[in-house]
Ligand binder design. Structure first.
Ligand code: SAM
Length: 215
């Protein structure tokens, strides 16, 4: 998701009490849980966009601490503005490219990772930038606790099939794969919709989801 540049958005992000300062990101590796008031698990969403999903998750699960990660300031600003209207003690934001995620979180300190409607990067030469790629799975392997899981949703069947093909030999196994999440009465009960999910499912696109963990 790219929004037009919003004048002053970088400065507003830098000043926001809800966004962790960029210069502190690597210093906090290994001690993120002490950044929150409560002692709960740490769940992160990578590529959160305007933050609809993570705001709702933080509201539904006050005992879990959440960090939303987004690359673009103009997009992140929307999540920050929502936080200003509805502050949540258990939610923080980071503006960064997730390529450096293994330097920002310590070994095993993240309890769950959400990837929602990740950018498809359709050109082969950009495959490493796809968030469910093997390159990213190796980064997640360093920061996710041993029995932690990754949940990935998308309506992009080509990206989803490719993501599933990444798994054999990667050290990860699928605990759940569905090609039509919204048609599954059990799964849909706890499903929190993202902005893109709302948009694309209302157009009739089936939503694919996997949950993976270590083999
Ligand atoms: N997760 C939201 C949803 O489902 O509505 C937004 C989906 S949008 C298609 C993907 C978002 O991921 C964009 O806002 C993009 O800037 C962000 N993103 C893509 N690659 C990223 C990266 N390497 N690090 C951080 N954010 C990234």
């Amino acid at each position: 998701m790219r929004l037009k540049n919003v004048p002053g958005c970088r400065e507003r992000i830098a000043e926001s009490e809800y966004v962790v300062p960029e210069e502190e990101l690597k210093e906090r590796a290994g001690s993120w849980k002490s950044s929150f008031a409560g002692p709960g698990e740490l769940h992160i969403e990578i590529g959160m966009g305007k933050g609809r999903f993570i705001h709702e998750m933080a509201l539904l699960h006050p005992d879990i601490n959440y960090i939303g990660i987004e690359k673009y300031s103009a997009v992140l600003l929307r999540a920050v503005q929502k936080m200003e209207e509805e502050p949540k003690e258990n939610l923080k934001f980071i503006r960064m490219d997730a390529e450096i995620i293994a330097e920002v979180f310590g070994p095993g300190e993240v309890d769950r990772i959400y990837l929602n409607f990740s950018d498809p990067w359709p050109k082969d030469r950009h495959a490493k930038r796809r968030l469910p790629s093997r390159e990213f799975l190796a980064r997640y392997d360093r920061i996710l606790r041993a029995d932690g899981r990754i949940e990935f949703k998308t309506d992009n069947r080509v990206l989803f099939d490719w993501a599933v093909e990444q798994l054999p030999g990667s050290g990860w196994k699928a605990d759940l794969i569905t090609y039509d999440l919204h048609a599954d009465a059990e799964l849909v009960k706890d499903n929190v919709m993202t902005e893109y999910e709302e948009k694309f499912s209302s157009m009739g696109n089936p939503i694919c989801k996997y949950v993976i963990s270590r083999e």
